[in-house]
Write a protein that binds this ligand. Structure first.
Ligand code: SF4
Ligand code: SF4
Length: 416
């Protein structure tokens, strides 16, 4: 029998939407600024999946793959900790792909809700696959994850870019994005109108990787049977099709702690936030608080260490008598390949001892023999033409030094 009492004002829903939309806007602004040459920071810098993809080369070669760097890896570690504490809350509070999938699906969900009473399933999209099929389809995420990790490790490149909805949407036609990438994105968009959170449920490699951590997570939604009226509204609200109305504790590894079930529940005290082996009801704001803490921790973690993307020693190393070092911020040094190419401009130049690139920070550190060369000569060489061995041509304006030891020397950026 349906409960008569009214659901409270959905404060947590609006808080979550505000956070989600803030992230979407931040990703769009970051992507646009990078694509327009206004900034060196790409949307890839903050993607935890990049951290996962680069783990192989970090473990075996102690360097990052392609354009990944310290932030990707630190945010990935923070994400795993977050999953252990607050399930897959990343998916429902932070991930822009999850946000847009939810918004698209909810349009259809609302139309559906207006035309007929939906007794089970979800308020997002049209069709909820049967539970058993849903479970099998979720396994598709693991081959996707394996292929990405293996391909990135073998090639050193982020081959997943043209397939990734996040990158295709927010890179503003970034590197490797092809016309078919948009076609694929459109298919995913159509898919989330039909099946709730299609990408997140069945294809997202990050969602698959988080599942084991989320399965043993601390925070969970708890149903108090004595207060529950069996109205089933929580089941309908759950975008992951978790049967909340018949659960005691929601321990599913798919729960994203979106808290929508707690929002729609009209029975006071029937659903709460809890931890195992304790009767204490935790305030729901604990979820966004843990999310915020881990985001700040991840960003801080990414800023306190540095691991090179590429390094090269030059033959002058043994002869260095007056060793000096200069740190340059260089537009154009943005991945392992562009760092390798940048190092070639110093081949044959007297006095260069070593070249170390931190691609995700667009930085290079050059050790040089001050008795043979100067910072000015190094900067001039870096800004100069680059000889491409494979084509036998010189290419101009590939690199531009923007800062020398943290001091700006060029203001206007050219398009990346
Ligand atoms: S069980 Fe509740 S908190 Fe978990 S995903 Fe479903 S609606 Fe969100
Ligand atoms: S827990 Fe679910 S089934 Fe029970 S009263 Fe709340 S919304 Fe209805």
């Amino acid at each position: 029998m349906a409960a008569k009492s009214r659901a409270p004002f959905p404060a947590m829903h609006y808080l979550r939407r505000t956070v989600q939309m803030g992230i979407v806007v931040a990703a769009a602004v970051t992507g646009y600024r990078f694509a327009s040459g206004l900034s060196l920071t790409s949307v890839e810098k903050y993607c935890p999946m990049g951290g996962m993809a680069t783990s192989g080369s970090l473990a075996t070669q102690q360097r990052f793959s392609c354009a990944t760097g310290e932030f990707n890896f630190a945010l990935m570690v923070a994400l795993l900790v977050l999953a252990i504490l607050a399930r897959k809350s990343f998916c429902s509070w932070l991930c822009p792909v999850g946000t847009l999938s939810e918004l698209l699906g909810s349009v259809v969900g609302r139309l559906k809700g207006r035309t007929r009473q939906v007794k089970s399933g979800t308020s997002l999209a049209l069709v909820v696959p049967p539970r058993q099929l849903d479970r099998w389809l979720r396994l598709l995420r693991y081959p996707v994850l394996f292929v990405i990790l293996y391909a990135t490790f073998r090639s050193g490149e982020l081959l997943f870019r043209p397939f990734c909805p996040y990158y295709v949407m927010f890179s503003f036609h970034g590197h490797n994005v092809e016309l078919w990438s948009y076609a694929l994105l459109s298919i995913f968009a159509l898919g989330v109108l039909i099946i709730p959170l299609l990408w997140c449920r069945y294809l997202c490699p990050l969602g698959g990787a988080l599942w084991p951590f989320s399965r043993v997570s601390l925070l969970r939604v708890r149903r108090h049977a004595e207060a529950c009226t069996d109205c089933g509204l929580c089941d309908r609200a759950c975008g992951q099709s978790i049967p909340v109305a018949t659960a005691a504790d929601v321990t599913s590894g798919e729960c994203t702690l979106c808290l929508e079930c707690t929002q729609v529940c009209p029975a006071p005290g029937a659903l709460s936030l809890a931890v195992p082996a304790s009767n204490r009801r935790w305030p729901r704001v604990a979820v966004p608080a843990v999310v915020a803490l881990l985001v700040v921790g991840g960003l801080w973690g990414g800023s306190i260490y540095a691991i090179p993307s590429f390094s090269q020693e030059f033959a002058n190393a043994d002869s260095a008598v007056e060793l000096r070092s200069v740190r340059l911020q260089v537009q154009g040094v943005k991945c392992v390949d562009t760092a390798k190419l940048a190092a070639t401009v110093f081949e044959g130049m007297g006095g260069i001892v070593s070249f170390v690139a931190y691609a995700s920070r667009n930085e290079v550190v050059i050790d040089f023999d001050a008795s043979q060369t100067t910072v000015e000569a190094i900067v001039k060489t870096m800004n100069g033409p680059v000889y491409i061995k494979s084509s036998g041509e010189f290419i101009f304006h590939i690199y531009q030094v923007l800062q020398i030891d943290g001091k700006p020397v060029a203001k206007k950026l050219v398009t990346n």
